[in-house]
Design a binder for this molecule. Sequence first.
Ligand code: UN1
Length: 508
Amino acid sequence: MQTFLQKLSIKPKNAGVSTGQQQWTSTGEEIESFSPVDGKSIGTTTETTRKDYDQVLETARLAFREWRLVPAPRRGEIVRQIGDALREGKQELGQLVSYEMGKSLPEGLGEVQEMIDICDFAVGLSRQLYGLTMHSERPAHRMYEQWHPLGVVGIISAFNFPVAVWSWNAMIAWVCGDVCVWKPSEKTPLTGIACQQLIQAVFARNEVPEGVSCLISGGRSVGEWMANDPRVDLLSATGSTRMGKAVAEAVGRRLGRSLLELGGNNAIIITPEADLAVAIPAIVFGAVGTAGQRCTSTRRLIVHTAMYDEMKERLQKAYAQLRIGNPLETGVHVGPLIDQDAVGGYLASVEAIRKQGGSFVVEPEVLSGADYESGCYVRPCIAEAENQWEIVQRETFAPILYLIRYETLEEAIDLQNGVPQGLSSAIFTLNMREAEQFLSAAGSDCGIANVNIGTSGAEIGGAFGGEKETGGGRESGSDAWKAYMRRQTNTLNYGRTLPLAQGITFDI
Ligand code: UN1
C-alpha cells in the first residue's frame, strides 16, 4: 500500500456514500479503480442505490434549511479552513490525483493548488455577495435586489480534473449558502472519497450540519437521477457534449437550472508576427499536457502559410524530446490516457484522420513493453488536416494536434470559430491590430480568448466556460457565483400612500 493512500485513508474497499459524519457502503455494483499508470487496482467502492440516493437528497435538503441561515462570512471562514487542510494534504492528494488519473505529478499538485486558490477566492467572496440598489419611480419607495442561497447543488465531475472542478463548484456553492451532492467520475472515484474525508474533518470540528457535503458514486444512471430530480436546484455537469445534452434536456424538462462545462476544440492561431520562443512551449504544453485530456487542450493549430514549414519543423523537434512514462516520476511530460477505451478512441481518430486524407508529421503510436504495461500510453502526434473534416470537428480526448494553414487573419478567425465547440482559443502575435481583432466582437467566439498564452491553464479568478456546444456555463471566478444563488428584487414603500407604477390610477 502506497503511503499517500494510507495518509488519505483510502482502503481496498471504500464507502462511496456519505452525508458527512455518516459514511456507508451502498449495495450497488462494485466500482473498481485501476491506475492507468501501472494498471493496478487501487481500491473499490460501490454504486449508490436509488434508496441510498434518496436518503442523501433528504439529508441534503434538511441541511440546507440550516446552512442557508449561517452568515456568509462564517461559511467563508469554514472554507478558509478547507484551504488550510488542502495545503497540508497537498502532496498526498496531488499524488493520488496523479496515480488515479494519470496526469504528471506537477499537474496533480497544480490541480490541488487550484483547489486552494478557489478556497481563497471563496473566502473573499463570502463578504462580497453584492446586490444592487435601484431608484424607484415612485416617491417614498426603495428598490434593491439581494442574492439568496439557492438550495441543493448537484455536481457531476469528469475524470480529467477529478478534484479541481468539483472544488470550483463546491467552495463557491458553500459560501453562497448551498449544500452539495457530488458524483465524481466513476473512473476516478477514490480522489472523490479522499476529498470528502478531508472536508468532513473540517466540517465536524465546525459543527456543520450533516448533509452540507454529500458524496454519491456511480455512472450514468445516478447522473440521470440527479438530472430528473426536482430536489436538485442546480446541476453543474462537466463532461462530454453528449452527456451535457442529455443533462440539459432532462433538467430543462423540469425547468430546473443546469450549468454545463462540456467539450472544447480549442485552437491557437500563429500569425507571421508571433514570437515563436513563447508560442512553441505554449503549443506543446497545450497539446500534450494531461495527455491531451483537458477540456482546454490545444487541438488545432492554425498557422500562417509563411510560418507553416518552420512551425512544423520546430514542433517535430520539440515532440522528439517529450518523455512519456510514469507520471509520478520527475521529468516526465506525458502520462497515460485514462483507460484502454481512451486508447481505442485515439486509434479510431488516427484511422479517421488517415481516411479523410490527413498525414502525420509526428507519427502516432500505442506504446508497449516495460513501463507501459497498463496499455494506456500513447505517443502524442501531429497531423496535417483540414478544418472542415468530420474528425477535426470532433473533440478527441487524446494528444492529437491538427496543423491547418491560413492566408488572411479573417480566414484564420473563421477557421478558429468554424467548429461546434466554443471553449478556449488563443492567438500568438506581437501586432496589436491582430490581437485586438481577435478579441473583438468579430473575433474569437469562445468563452476564453488569449493573446500570447496558450488555450489551457486558465486561472481560477476568471469565469471558466464556453459557448455553443461547450454548454454556456461559467464556473469559478468573476461573478460566476450568481449561478449558485437566486436573485430577489425588493420594493419597499415607506410612505403613507400607494402610488401605482406606470402612472396607473385605481380609485376605491
Ligand atoms: C477542464 O479541463 O475541465 O484551463 C478544466 C485549464 C484548467 C482547467 C481545465 N485550469 O487547463
